[in-house]
Design a protein around this ligand. Structure first.
Ligand code: UDP
Length: 490
């Protein structure tokens, strides 16, 4: 009997910054001959389908040939707050695990045979690893974890036991003990204990629950066949030297996939947006701007501003005198209930002068690749960081949460491809500061040279012969092998 053709079950953590890179990984697996079943939570599946579907097409035309998009309930009710990370994480583990196991077993019974045959491996987001990798083990398929953020932050998770041993964090709830910072090796970034994910939750029960969940995840991940990371060797050489099990395969080329649409025309392939990007408006506006003139401003999918900071940012962009493209999600202002509270007359001035454009969601990858873009005011989410680097765009680095602070340290102190946004004594990043930092970034020739070097290194790593490309080949070959690791070892 012919061996089953390789069929990967790819499972993202249910958040925007996870679904986008994992879907890109799914496309990359299809490029190498895999069939992929992509298991989104039902809630996100609906958003991805709605955002990707051109008015004229039916959902069945959506997926690329070779990728089957499936929906699995996450256990939350329709109106529940999915920004409650702890509840979402725990409910997902409880509700998705049995259904995913069932999906794998049914694929062997011929159910799904028409769509790829039996599932032969699981590629799970590290953040669902605690349950998804157990499911893989129970069902006897190969498995890999993928971490869609920096290797340094992954290394801090894999070092939880050591941090406990060294009395840096508490064994019960992971809170800081004596010192506020730690360094896993001399060349790695210094990290703050208060920025570890569980220490940012804001309530003790939630903190303890997330700490326990992530600690359990370490054991599951250590037993899987591969630990992949959306980073590249030259970005974090010290971390890859100290933690050789972490295999860099990035930066994953998210957001640029094309496919044949109706009538043979090229159309955007599904890349996992939760909101429909204002593609035409952004690109037409950018096309009308001078080369390297535009300030692109986007804070990812979660970050929220208080009303005062939001207004100050608007005024700072005006004060800079530069053209700007600003992503303002409907929910970006804390307690705003969808009302943004722009400064008086701001939107009228913006539209009258044509000097700025405000959108609810952009095709960020395409924006950053546009020659008109000069700098990126960013919250330093890892995807945004990699996307800026891969396109050679310097940063005004403005982190809010957990790993974004380590990413800021990489951008500003290690790679030196950006400047930090600094708050004044009242906690606000002022309009004057924003405008002057933008000016500094625009005029810094050394910064431009360094970011071009990073761009070359990032792109080199994912082209044939580059380190991430070779690593991905090795991973693909291992996942395609038919026998399980256990039977090899016996
Ligand atoms: N993104 C986008 N359009 C926007 C803002 C963000 O396509 O207007 C994408 C961005 O390209 C990235 C992801 O959303 O791939 C955000 O991930 P990141 O890790 O930067 O931030 P998070 O949302 O996880 O905080």
């Amino acid at each position: 009997m012919a061996p089953p053709s390789p069929h990967a079950l790819v499972i993202p953590y249910p958040a925007q910054g996870h679904v986008i890179p994992l879907l890109e990984l799914a496309h990359a697996l299809v490029d190498r001959g895999f069939t992929v079943t992509f298991a989104n939570s039902e809630f996100n599946h609906r958003r991805v389908v709605a955002a990707a579907m051109p008015e004229s097409e039916s959902p069945t035309l959506l997926g690329r040939r070779g990728i089957r998009l499936v929906a699995v309930p996450d256990g939350m009710g329709p109106g529940e707050d999915r920004n409650d990370i702890v509840r979402l994480t725990l409910l997902t583990a409880e509700h998705m695990a049995p259904r995913v196991e069932d999906l794998i077993r049914r694929s062997r019974d011929g159910d799904g045979g028409a769509e790829g045959g039996p599932i032969t491996c699981v590629v799970a987001d590290y953040n669902v690893g605690a349950w998804a990798l157990d499911v893989a083990r129970r069902t006897g398929v190969r498995s890999a974890a993928i971490w869609p953020a920096s290797a340094a932050v992954l290394a801090s998770l894999l070092s939880i036991d050591k941090l406990i041993q060294d009395k840096i964090i508490d064994p019960q709830d992971g809170s800081a003990l004596s010192q506020g910072t730690f360094q896993l090796s001399p060349d790695m970034p210094v990290m703050q204990t208060s920025h570890l994910a569980w220490n940012c939750i804001g309530n003790h029960d939630g903190q303890e629950a997330l700490f326990r969940y992530l600690r359990a995840g370490v054991r599951a991940v250590e037993e899987c066949d591969f630990i992949l990371c959306n980073s590249f060797h030259d970005a974090e050489p010290a971390t890859f030297a100290r933690f050789p099990r972490i295999v860099p395969v990035g930066p994953l080329l998210t957001g640029e996939r094309r496919r044949r649409g109706s009538g043979g025309k090229q159309a955007a392939a599904v890349v996992g947006h939760f909101w429909r990007p204002e593609d035409g408006a952004c690109m037409a506006w950018l096309n009308a701007q001078a080369a390297r003139s535009v300030v692109y401003v986007a804070f990812g999918s979660h970050t929220m501003f208080d009303a005062r900071q939001f207004r100050e940012l608007a005024l700072g962009l005006e004060l800079s005198g530069r053209p700007f493209l600003w992503v303002v999600r409907p929910d970006i202002v804390l307690g705003g209930g969808g009302i943004h509270g722009y400064p008086d007359g701001f939107l009228d001035r913006v539209s009258a002068t044509g000097r700025g454009m405000v959108v609810a969601w952009s095709p960020q990858q395409r924006v950053l690749a546009h020659p008109a873009v000069a700098c990126f005011v960013s919250h330093c989410g890892w995807n945004s960081t990699m996307e800026g680097v891969r396109n050679g765009v310097p940063f005004l680095a403005w982190p809010y949460f957990t790993d974004q602070f380590v990413n800021q340290a990489y951008i500003c102190d290690v790679w030196k491809v950006g400047l930090p946004a600094e708050a004044d004594e009242s906690g606000v990043v002022t309009k004057e500061h924003i405008a002057s930092r933008v000016e500094e970034l625009m005029g810094d020739a050394g910064m431009r040279e360094r970011v071009e070097d990073m761009k070359r290194a990032a792109r080199g790593s994912v082209t044939r012969g580059g380190s991430s490309h070779r690593n991905f080949d090795m991973f693909v070959q291992a996942m395609k092998r038919r026998e399980s690791i256990d039977s090899q070892n016996n």
